[in-house]
Design a protein around this ligand. Structure first.
Ligand SMILES: [Ca+2]
Ligand SMILES: [Ca+2]
Ligand SMILES: [Ca+2]
Length: 396
């Protein structure tokens, strides 16, 4: 197969093709720690001493953007409501992009997704209309130069809806006891998070694709929920070979089973296990679902011609690998803020720029019937209409 023809889902214009030049300095400002690279893979993070959190909600100049976001995301002046004095305030949808680099994507979205969840530190999203019945057209703006300021809080295991066991993150008291041992030396929530990640790294990735008859464990994850009770997965054709369905689920789907066997599967499985470990340690977490900025398949299952992509560009490299895929990972509350602890915006290793579509306690909370393989190509819920890169005129 022609490598150049792999992996692009999109119907429209691609004008942002020079990503290789614009990656943020990976890990440049992150304190030395052996475990950061595993946890914050694309970390655009700076760390400040624990115990002195910024006032995240303060908006000193009243332009609708917080001081924190003006300093760390938009790069506008937090003391001036109209930084460039053109009569439009910094909070304006277009104005806020003028001091930084953005990737702007127009997308047609079917459920499942959440517009509220799509607005976070790394991206802004707004509804701009319907493109068809049941299909929402959404504009997403990604801020690849945004940098979170990590301000760890003292570690105190907590109980909340974000630490409670869930359907698949089904930790028990024995797991909780073990995880509290794992984090016992941590003074801050950041240290506890890193301790959990270290512990997670002792689990073994188990490639069961041969048993699943697919290139990842997605069928197991998605189709388990196709009928809300797992019956579809139980009847999934061609499965299993080496293991019974119950054993597959124990090895890659339910956290308690993975914990007992010291195994996990690909990203959706890992997000479940890691999420359960965080929760058992009293660290608030939720699962994030993202898709690549450039999607992999058209609705009819054919590959898109990407011959216009400049050879050697960042995008070209990503396409050439043929590894562009949906990605699950976790957010953890550190210093009171939800921090993406795997791929902030750009995953330099595999996936490239990513669009966040929603967060969830558990994948079982989301209706995945759109992902039923029988309808996968015809009704896959997300398509790109256009993608472009913008360099703000006042960006320094
Ligand atoms: Ca402001
Ligand atoms: Ca301002
Ligand atoms: Ca202005």
């Amino acid at each position: 197969m022609n490598k150049r023809r792999v992996a692009f889902w999109g119907m429209g214009i691609v004008t942002a093709l020079t990503y290789g030049l614009f990656l943020p300095p990976i890990l440049a400002d992150v304190p030395p720690n052996d475990y950061y690279p595993n946890l914050f893979k694309a970390a655009a993070l700076r760390s400040i001493p624990a115990g002195t959190p910024p006032d995240y909600g303060r908006d000193s100049d009243g332009d609708g953007l917080t001081d924190y976001d003006e300093d760390n995301k938009y790069r506008t002046d937090k003391a001036k409501a109209d930084t460039d004095r053109d009569g439009l305030t910094d909070g304006d949808w277009e104005e806020r992009r003028e001091y930084t680099r953005t990737y702007v994507a127009v997308m047609d979205l079917r459920p499942p997704y959440s517009l509220a969840d799509m607005n976070d530190f790394y991206q802004d999203a707004r509804y701009i209309g319907n493109s068809a019945v049941g299909v929402d057209r959404v504009e997403v703006v990604l801020y690849p130069e945004a940098k979170e300021l990590l301000c760890p809080a003292p570690y105190a295991p907590t109980k909340s809806e974000y630490t409670a066991p869930t359907f698949a993150k089904n930790y028990d008291s024995a797991m909780e006891t073990r995880l509290l041992e794992v984090t016992s030396g941590a003074r801050t929530d950041l240290q506890a998070v890193l301790s959990v990640q270290r512990f997670f790294n002792s689990f073994r990735y188990e490639d069961l694709r041969g048993d699943l008859g697919y290139s990842s464990d997605y069928p197991l994850q998605f189709q388990y929920y196709a009928d809300g009770a797992g019956g579809y997965a139980q009847n999934y054709g061609g499965l299993p070979t080496a293991y019974s369905m119950d054993e597959l689920l124990a090895r890659q789907f339910f956290a308690a089973g993975m914990f007992d066997r010291k195994t996990h599967g690909a990203c959706s499985s890992s997000a479940t296990l890691r999420g359960a470990l965080f929760r058992a340690a009293g660290l608030e977490e939720r699962t994030v679902f993202t898709i690549p900025l450039f999607y992999s398949l058209q609705t009819d299952g054919t590959r898109v011609d990407v011959s216009s992509v400049p050879p050697g560009s960042f995008l070209d490299q990503k396409i050439g690998r043929g590894t562009i895929a949906d990605h699950f990972f976790n957010e953890v509350r550190i210093g009171g803020r939800w921090i993406r602890v795997d791929t902030n915006l750009i995953d330099p290793g595999v996936h490239g720029p990513r669009v966040k579509l929603m967060v969830m306690h558990d994948q079982a909370d989301v209706s995945w019937e759109q992902w039923d393989s029988r309808r996968y190509f015809a009704e896959r819920p997300y398509t790109y209409v256009s993608i472009e890169e913008r360099l703000g005129p006042h960006r320094e």
